[in-house]
Design a binder for this molecule. Structure first.
Ligand code: UDP
Length: 479
């Protein structure tokens, strides 16, 4: 029998494509033939690393499916989540994704891989794979904690038992007494009436029950109670094989993830080299978030007031701002020239976090960002905005205590606002230079060591991955 062949089909969003590519690298490095499916506009995310891996003797191929953006009334270049022109246009994007079922079935029919790892947002992939008796694994791209919490919120609706959206409640039946407010819960979980997005989300849940299992970019030691809860209480089959970012070992791999950086990586490293260990705060809100201009203004003031050296990634694509940065406080860049490095566009995030000068990470709590900071042993200032970020925050602040919240209170996809400069400066200083800093840093360092061990031979993720491969081989032998 030849080697296994696994298909990977990530949602077209950096936060999903980047870890899926890393996952394909993991599979390929263990002798599995990996094929990544994507659309033409997203090919550049994968092509260079896939070529590099192939040259090293591993097998990573790319298959392209045309994306029917125009058919659903979206601009032709709208082939990824960050290109969706408005919140209202989101359901159309997912409709276009669902239209990929047929072309996907065609390549499944032709190629007959041994497994399909498809994104959670593609619930129809389970049926497509079932037609050819191919096990479909779901990749959520998030924490097990967040799936457990969302499950509890959906069943118990604790936000209904409080008198206002700002009153705290405890998320019921979880291993820890984690508190949220209604304003921090996604409207998709709170809405009683159906919207196109709630319908999509309910299909996503159904497919969880009918799929072969779930693969996580996580590791057991990071969220052991939720790994158990997910398997034993929610009753799902799951494998944790991360942290996947650790499969990027050299500077080039770390620097070019997702997109080409807006800054030369050597220039960036040189700047960091000129700073003391743990003296720089890195500020970046992932690939999708867009803060309101007024919030960016407060951010600049807060950073300056903290007095801490910084790397700040600014990527505001809002039309009305038009790249003019009118929100920037007068003279800010001049005044902070020696203290700060501003990156406009895409930053080499893993390279920055892994540098010894990195002392804290102001993050929106996207799961990849959290994992990358965990792997670097960098404590966080948590500033969740939307998706499952408010729950991920709890892991860092309440459970692992390697993060301090800035006080973000409202779930919102666009135009996030409301965090004042004083709160920003205070949170940065608390993580960087307060009495608590040393302890937080030492806890973060312990978790970093556990992350590294997890993927080494004999580690928890290594063993979980082995058992997944064994199951897939056994499945193939039986069918
Ligand atoms: N990222 C990056 N440079 C940037 C912004 C983001 O390399 O300037 C990467 C980051 O390292 C992470 C991913 O993009 O791997 C973002 O995923 P995350 O889950 O943190 O947030 P999302 O973009 O999905 O909100």
């Amino acid at each position: 029998m030849g080697e296994l062949h696994v298909f990977f089909f990530p949602l077209m969003a950096q936060g999903h494509m980047i870890p899926t590519l890393d996952m394909a690298k993991l599979f390929a490095s263990r002798g599995v033939k990996a094929t990544i499916i994507t659309t033409p506009a997203n090919q550049p995310v994968f092509s260079k690393p896939a070529d590099k891996y192939t040259q090293l003797g591993f097998q990573i191929q790319i298959r392209l499916l045309e994306f029917p953006a125009v058919e659903v009334g979206l601009p032709e270049d709208c082939q990824s989540v960050d290109k969706i022109p408005s919140v209202e246009a989101r359901p159309r994007f997912f409709k276009a994704c669902a239209m990929l079922q047929e072309p996907l079935e065609q390549i499944l029919r032709e190629t007959r891989p041994d497994c399909l790892v498809a994104d959670m947002f593609f619930p129809w992939a389970t049926n497509a794979a079932a037609k050819f008796d191919i096990p479909r694994l779901i990749f959520h791209g998030t924490s097990q904690l967040s799936l457990c919490a969302v499950h509890s919120l959906r069943i118990h609706k604790p936000f209904k038992n409080v008198s206002s959206d700002s009153e705290l409640f405890t998320i019921p039946n979880l291993p820890h007494a984690l508190k949220l407010t209604g304003s921090r819960v996604s409207p998709f979980e709170r809405n009683e009436f159906e919207s196109p997005m709630t319908e999509i989300m309910s299909r996503v849940r159904e497919s969880e029950e009918t799929s072969y299992g779930v693969i996580f970019n996580s590791f057991y030691e990071l969220e052991p109670d939720y790994a158990e809860h997910y398997k034993n209480v929610l009753g799902r089959r799951a494998w944790s094989v991360g942290p996947l970012s650790l499969y990027n070992r050299d500077v080039e791999d770390k620097a070019e993830r997702g997109k080409k950086s807006a800054i030369d990586e050597h220039e960036c490293l040189e700047w960091l080299d000129s700073k003391n260990p743990h003296s720089v705060v890195y500020i970046c809100f992932g690939s999708v978030a867009n803060l309101a201009p007024s919030q960016l203004h407060e951010m600049a003031m807060g950073i300056e007031a903290s007095g801490i050296d910084f790397v700040w990634v600014i990527r505001n694509k809002r039309e009305e701002d038009n790249g003019s940065e009118k929100w920037m406080p007068k003279g800010f860049e001049e005044r902070t020239k020696r203290k700060g490095l501003i990156i406009r566009g895409w930053a080499p995030q893993v390279l920055i976090l892994d540098h010894e000068a990195a002392g804290a990470f102001v993050t929106h709590c996207g799961w990849n960002s959290i994992l990358e900071a965990v792997c670097a042993g960098v404590p966080m200032v948590t500033w969740p905005l939307f998706a499952e970020q408010f729950v991920n925050e709890k892991l860092m602040t309440d459970i692992l205590q390697t993060g301090i919240g800035v006080g973000s209170k409202e779930w919102k996809i666009l135009d996030n606002d409301g965090v004042k400069k004083e709160a920003i400066a205070e949170a940065i200083k608390k993580v960087m230079i307060s009495e608590e800093s040393e302890e937080m840093r030492s806890r973060a360092k312990t978790m970093k060591d556990k992350a590294k061990k997890a993927i080494e031979e004999g580690g928890s993720s290594y063993l979980d991955f082995n058992s997944l491969l064994d199951e897939l081989r056994a499945y193939r032998a039986k069918h």
